[in-house]
Design a binder for this molecule. Structure first.
Ligand SMILES: O=C(O)CCC(=O)C(=O)O
Ligand SMILES: [Fe+2]
Length: 277
């Protein structure tokens, strides 16, 4: 299937940047990003593409590596000497998630074709309003299929990148919701009190973004704390994570690779297709 046939181009005319609908979509997404730190593009994939992505991702998910552990929202080792025990810099929450790295995603996978498409990259560049958007150079992190099974979850955290682009492929029977507190902190103010209240389970305004299959989400996670709630049921939550950056050549560390993918060396070339099971 051609990439343009995967996308609902009557609604998102990503191939014709001069069309009035293109500009309208871009301006609308920019406004959502400003106001909530997240732009949702529901029905980005056509229904038949959702089915194709689901079948492919289900197959590819057999290669997922599961990682589990506790972590703070700041994704760094807490400095016990510097912060009191109840400080959010020391409060840890649980994460367990499986991921398939870019180097294991087949050349024929529709997820890879979408990620490597130039119209898609330029469309995201326009929404994010940056002069150039690069695909990540990282052989693992550039594109991920995130797989969340029963009892998997992703704890409250801030991202260390400016933005994340995700594609909802399949929802779990229950849970697996993407919850966000938009702009809980800023570059100038950490707002530790609010972060602490949230981690202690107090009432604080949490927005749930419905990850309906086929939705493309552009999310600025550096200032908006977020999590994925525990999954239950037999249907795995499947999400594609598309890595882009405003600078060229961004790479992950060896520690992160071992932690997230269970290995530090990438395959030289992705398999064209998996052998039949
Ligand atoms: O799986 C998701 O929807 C979000 C993942 C996420 O927050 C992350 O990878 O930082
Ligand atoms: Fe995140």
């Amino acid at each position: 299937m051609d990439v343009l046939d995967m996308i609902e181009t009557r609604r998102y005319s990503i191939h014709s940047s001069l069309a009035p609908e293109y500009r309208e979509t871009v301006l609308n997404a920019r406004q959502q990003l400003r106001e909530r730190g997240a732009a949702e593009l529901p029905g980005f994939l056509t229904p038949s593409a959702v089915q194709l992505f689901t079948e492919d991702a289900t197959y590819v998910s057999n290669r997922a590596y599961r990682s589990e552990g506790m972590g703070t929202p700041y994704l760094e080792t807490p400095d016990d000497g510097q912060w009191p025990a109840s400080h959010p810099r020391r409060l840890q929450s649980r994460s367990r998630v499986s991921a398939v790295g870019y180097d294991l995603i087949p050349l024929t996978s529709p997820l890879r074709l979408l990620y490597e498409d130039e119209d898609v990259r330029r469309f995201l560049e326009a929404i994010l309003d940056v002069p150039v958007l690069f695909r990540y150079a990282d052989p693992f992190g550039a594109l991920n299929l995130s797989v969340m099974d029963e009892d998997d979850e992703l704890g409250w955290h801030f991202d260390q990148t400016d933005f994340v682009v995700s594609l909802a492929i399949q929802s779990a029977e229950q849970g697996g919701d993407f919850e966000v507190v938009p702009n809980i902190r800023s570059a100038r103010d950490e707002r530790y009190d609010d972060v602490q209240r949230l981690l202690n389970g107090d009432e604080i305004e949490v927005v749930t973004l419905p990850m309906v299959p086929g939705t493309l989400l552009i999310f600025r996670g550096r200032h908006s704390i977020h999590r994925v709630t525990p999954v239950s049921g037999h249907t795995p939550r499947l999400v594609g994570l598309l890595g882009f950056d405003t600078s060229e050549g961004t790479m992950s560390s060896r520690e992160l690779r071992i932690d997230r993918y269970g290995r530090s060396d990438a395959f030289g070339e992705p398999p064209i297709e998996w052998p039949s099971p």
